[in-house]
Design a binder for this molecule. Sequence first.
Ligand SMILES: [Zn+2]
Ligand SMILES: [Zn+2]
Length: 245
Amino acid sequence: MLLYGDYHTHTIYSHGVGDIIDNARIAKQKGLKQLAITDHGFDHKLFGVDRNKIPEMKKKIEMAEKETGLDIFLGVEANFKSLDGTIDVLQEDLQYLEILNLGFHRFVKTDLSNKFSLFYPNIMHIKTKSQIKKNTNMVLKALDKYPINTLVHLNYGFQVDINAIAPVALQRGTAIEINGKKNCLSDKEILILAEKGVKMILNSDAHIPEKVGEVNLSLNIVERLNLPHELIVNLDKNFLEKKRN
Ligand SMILES: [Zn+2]
Ligand SMILES: [Zn+2]
């Protein structure tokens, strides 16, 4: 398959409908070599992962790896909590998280000041220069504080300035996701990322097992914008080589 791995998938541990083994079996069927289980961050009010379930998830991942032969990573899709760049992952969580995705979501536990300065304005789709600046600075601060692997579905639910984020993502080695379900980056923004040499990643954001590895929307963008394949971290380079020869 063209895709080496899918690094953003959900299970019953947040609000996905399949268990870990279901995502793994579909990933194997579709020819993926790697898979990440990245359920919603711990402080999501409706479906955040329960930290007490982590050992159980680890065990299920081990079993699924044995059955399918895939590398399966335990990760999380963390939430922004406040404008100072705090996310809902603690330093002590980092020891067992192999993949740290980060995105903006509603219904996150926060304080009153961030409700008014971060959540309400974005939920009301306020896109003033000053709000975009606040959002962007929050992303930059989070990149500075945490080892973020991927910024997922940027501009979904909040607007940021890609020009400001690109150089920092590049320097930190953080990939920007082209989400297979809901890409909210414009062609222009994606081309800015490509021009600056920022790594990009194509993920399904599957909430049902059958959708694991489904990134046609993202692949279409890669092809249409003629993005350099070496910038797309999860394209199978061996497959591409074979195709070229
Ligand atoms: Zn999300
Ligand atoms: Zn997600």
